[in-house]
Design a protein around this ligand. Sequence first.
Ligand code: TXA
Ligand code: MG
Length: 344
Amino acid sequence: MITKVLTVTDTTINDVAQEAANLLKAGQLVAIPTETVYGLAAQIYDDNAVKNIFKVKGRPQDNPIIVHISSLSMLQELVCDIPNVACDIIDKFWPGPLTIIFKKNKCISDIITCGMDTVAIRFPVHPVAQKIISYTGIPLAAPSANLSGKPSPTSASHCLHDLNGKIPLIVDGGTCDVGVESTVISVVSEKPTILRPGIISLEEIKEIVPEAVVSDSVLRAVRSDEKVESPGMKYKHYSPNCDVVLVDSDQEHFVEYVNKKAIDGDYAICFQEEYTLLDTPSLVYGSVIDAEEQAHNVFEVLRKIELMGAKRVYIHAPKQTGKALAVMNRLIRAAGFNVVTIDD
Ligand code: TXA
Ligand code: MG
């Protein structure tokens, strides 16, 4: 199959969205831009199309998929109940980079939810994503448009690298603003629980819902046989094809450690402030004080380091609070939980 890439501009947006919608209505898969990462979309009422998402990505059969909507009226048909706490979260954060887990309605197939009685719903704010969903007229099931286990795609070229020849169309809407996937919050658990941290942080959610908590699986390894609320947390994720060591320390100790340990073929991924202090070839993923910048760049640098042929990469760990928790959650998985902690 030839994979076409269509670029969105002010003048092409309607035609490109229409072409994407036509393919989706016909049961094809299309990679689409969102404000977080690119998604690999299929319309939710075509079981074969949804099955094809798992096949094309090599996705484990027990990892459910997020359903994307472009209006609140679409939400009504998909879920049994919209608890008050969900209404508050929706009022504040939708459309935007936040996914909510609800009890599902019968119309959602078990293929999407992997047999769970809940469904994850996201209302993206990206104008191209919204237009493609509304032209299709049906909600879209869409995981990130990468091969399973690889860093999520934040540009059309990342999608092409992973999916060339496997899908008919990639819609190029430029680089994703946010750069990490949406915050996932469950409103069916006892307390509203963040299952995957994103750019909308616990602190921001607590301003609306003070009782919200973060799942303890966010920064730890989950056993493959363990029953967890978010199956995605079980898998090794976001990994470049090399050894990854996540170094949790201050700047001085990071620089000292890498300069001592790194050999030929090793690289570092570091903060702007320490770049010139390292003897090892390095990529910067942002300022130490700017979690939004780190999130925007993290998947891009993980992909670059693999293309550069690194054998091993030392990554300076971000903070574990606020928006930086989302970056730490991705990097700890990219490192397969291989963390070196250096205290003062
Ligand atoms: O920003 C995003 O969320 C992107 C864009 C494309 O929208 N999508 C995305 O999808 O990251 P994916 O499949 O890569 O991640 C979905 C996460 C997984 O961790 C999955 O286990 C979880 O959401 N999930 C989906 N349905 C769920 C459910 N019913 N209950 C608990 N977790 C669920
Ligand atoms: Mg993913």
